[in-house]
Design a protein around this ligand. Sequence first.
Ligand code: 8X3
Length: 251
Amino acid sequence: MQEKTILVTGASAGFGAAIAAKFADSGWRVVACARRTERLGELTGRFGSGRVHASAFDIRDEAAMRQALDTLPEGFRDIDALVNNAGLALGTAPAQACDLAQWRQMIDTNVTSLVTLTRLLLPKLIDRRGAIVNVSSISGTYPYRGGNVYGATKAFVTQFSLGLRTDLHGTGVRVTNVEPGMAETEFTLVRTGGDRSASDKLYQGAHPITPRDIADTVWWVANLPPHLNVNRIEMMPTSQSAAGLQVARES
Ligand code: 8X3
């Protein structure tokens, strides 16, 4: 059987690194994309450059993205699966106190870059009857304090996944939206600007989702028989649930 190729964004850490490792370990070729060259080197060091191609570029830089796609080496050009994993949350302040630059960075990364890469790869994915897995979040469905623009970007990803499914009708391309809840990665360190104690406190005793859990899920979705499409998967740690509505009463 011909080896398949998967392109994973945000592959230097967390979900992306776990997804890249899972697929590489299971015989797929992996195009691992991220900004941090040295972290991608861990993947190529472990699996070899014939199995993992490290593609280092800033996902917000469209010219660099196009250049990276145009210069994929032989053996990594026929993309069968795209995992749009790169994304971030910045800040936990209420909307009225947020930093606009952080909002723009989240929109640029989580929305603009994701749609750009998807659009660029769609012809190949259609040729290959491939698969797209978008990493969204429960924050796109359930609002929480300080989630504001981060949640809105993930709601975009969720709706974009549904829209892609519709537009790709009849092409054989599968589209899945994965919506994780609390997961322990560098997510909270990034969100808080490196506050290790905030990160540790959030996850302590919660048994959060692990990168391995997400890698196993993406693996399952991507390896289903071609006649099956999982539209969306909402996942939470058992310890997490929605908290409901609030009322501001007159005192
Ligand atoms: C990450 C999940 O619950 O921290 O997107 O927003 S949550």
